[in-house]
Design a protein around this ligand. Structure first.
Ligand code: C2E
Ligand code: MG
Ligand code: MG
Length: 444
């Protein structure tokens, strides 16, 4: 008896778990089919992952318990509240009259959660976004019902409407997004994500001084997809942690291999806003470094200027903790977000990457040269180094060097390459400042 209960319930909150939710939904679906009734599934995924993380685990746990309690008391007997994992909850309404009634339940759930929660002497406000999917209107089975509730929830979150009913026709994107989202889940399981590496070159002697790891999605039908086609989606979902894990678990072993082969160059990894808002990120990075025997200087972390502008205060503790690990930090995409370098005051950033849009102006106008030139001067004055991004011609390379950039990245030197091709490039390029005995026999 006890064992069966445990297998079907979430230990922390006592709510039904995914297994029980699937079971109950399937029962409800077959019953509804016979009686021509409707079944509703609400997915109630909100932003409290961040709150949970910021508070620390014991408090986060109590927060989840409070949420569970409030949800359970806002539904009718017969409805099922489940915790799918993390901060993901679902509510099954086995007999719901229509969409309007489902919306009423959703509104009630939101009100219950909106009541401030007092924990450790502090009040917390939780906001929930609820997505609704109905059987048979939106989906014929559990899996699809859950996915469609998820899509609706995403729309609710994006449009800040609080509650959304799944609507394929109303939102042109939702079908595409739905399939992209479920495909992304699959991609993470089937290892379809792959890191490419773009060399960073010293502008004085054109030797390689580092690499940047850039994620790609090797999609079985659509070919190799660039990050802008899926990273924003990852950021909006609970797939973020698995994504970060995947990036780290591919890049760190590669760094370890390169260093073992005598290619001792730092490799930079990009961090998104969502990753930086996760206070456990420094622990994740530290554990990865230990696990793969990579020293902190061999890694570099790039933080986009856009993130610095939008989230400066929220991410500062994480940035400081990352720097404490001894991992050098880079400010990426400089020149895109009106960030003033003076605001870096105190933050341990060693390198500034001048955004490609900024770099391009240099070739075009004298004004552009003046602006970029003085930005680079300031970088130097503040004791940091400037790197040019997206350099596509020798003219731009020479100009950026003359303006004071010490290094550059771009297709003029090399595009992002698969790991093996990057290794060959680094070896063939032949200007690595390596002791020669370390290079023999590494690759042929
Ligand atoms: P970023 O960090 O600013 O990366 C530089 C971008 O410039 C890369 O785009 C790179 O492929 C591209 N690039 C390289 N050479 C040239 C050139 O000669 N001209 C031009 N115009 N562009 C060039 P990519 O690979 O599409 O990455 C886009 C952005 O996605 C990155 O911008 C980064 O912010 C993000 N990203 C990439 N990989 C990851 C990752 O593993 N995790 C996270 N969180 N974000 C990532
Ligand atoms: Mg970058
Ligand atoms: Mg950039």
């Amino acid at each position: 008896m006890k064992r069966e209960y445990q297998a079907n319930h979430d230990e922390l909150t006592g709510l039904a778990n995914r297994k029980l939710l699937i079971l109950r939904t399937q029962e409800a679906l077959s019953e509804a089919q016979q009686r021509k009734q409707r079944v509703g599934l609400l997915l109630d995924l909100d932003r409290f992952k961040e709150v949970n993380d910021t508070l620390g685990h014991p408090t986060g746990d109590r927060l989840l318990q409070t949420v569970a309690h409030r949800l359970t008391h806002s539904v009718r007997p017969g409805d099922l509240v489940a915790r799918l994992g993390g901060d993901e909850f679902a509510v099954l309404l086995p007999q719901i009259r229509d969409a309007a009634s489902a919306r009423e339940v959703a509104a009630r759930l939101r009100v219950a959660l909106a009541e401030p929660m007092r924990l450790d002497g502090m009040d917390f406000d939780l906001e929930a976004s609820v997505g609704i999917a109905l059987f048979p209107n939106h989906a014929p089975d559990f899996e699809l019902l859950l996915q469609r509730a998820d899509v609706a929830m995403y729309v609710a979150k994006e449009h800040r409407t609080g509650v959304e009913l799944y609507a394929p026709h109303k939102d042109r994107n939702s079908t595409a997004r739905l399939s992209l989202f479920s495909e992304l889940r699959r991609a993470l399981v089937e290892n379809e994500l792959e890191m490419f590496y773009q060399p960073k070159v010293n502008l004085a002697d054109r030797s390689a001084v580092g690499l940047e790891a850039l994620v790609r999605w090797r999609h079985p039908q659509r070919g190799v997809l660039p990050p802008e086609e899926f990273v924003p989606m990852v950021e909006q979902s609970y797939l973020m942690r698995s994504f970060t894990h995947e990036v780290i678990e591919q890049t760190l072993p590669q760094i370890a291999r390169w260093w073992a082969e005598g290619i001792r160059l730092p490799v930079a990894v990009n961090l998104s806003a969502r990753e930086l808002l996760d206070p456990t990120l420094p622990d994740i990075v530290a554990a990865g470094l230990r696990r793969h025997g990579v020293r902190p200087e061999a890694l570099r972390l790039e933080i986009s200027e856009r993130v610095m502008v939008a989230e400066a205060e929220a991410i500062t503790p994480t940035i400081l903790a990352l720097a404490d690990l001894g991992v050098p930090l880079t400010l990426d995409d400089f020149g895109t977000g009106y960030y003033t370098l003076a605001r870096l005051n105190g933050l341990p950033v060693e390198e500034i990457k001048i955004d490609e849009s900024f770099v391009r102006q240099v070739a075009d106008t004298p004004d552009g040269r003046l602006i970029v030139g003085s930005a680079i001067d300031l970088v130097g004055t503040l004791g940091m180094r400037a790197v040019a991004e997206g350099v596509e011609s020798e003219h731009v390379a020479t100009t950026m060097h003359a303006l004071g950039c010490y290094a550059a990245q771009g297709r003029h030197f090399a595009p992002p390459l698969e790991a093996a091709a990057a290794t060959n490039w680094l070896l063939e390029h032949g200007k690595l400042a390596l002791p020669s005995q370390e290079r023999t026999g590494s690759h042929g």
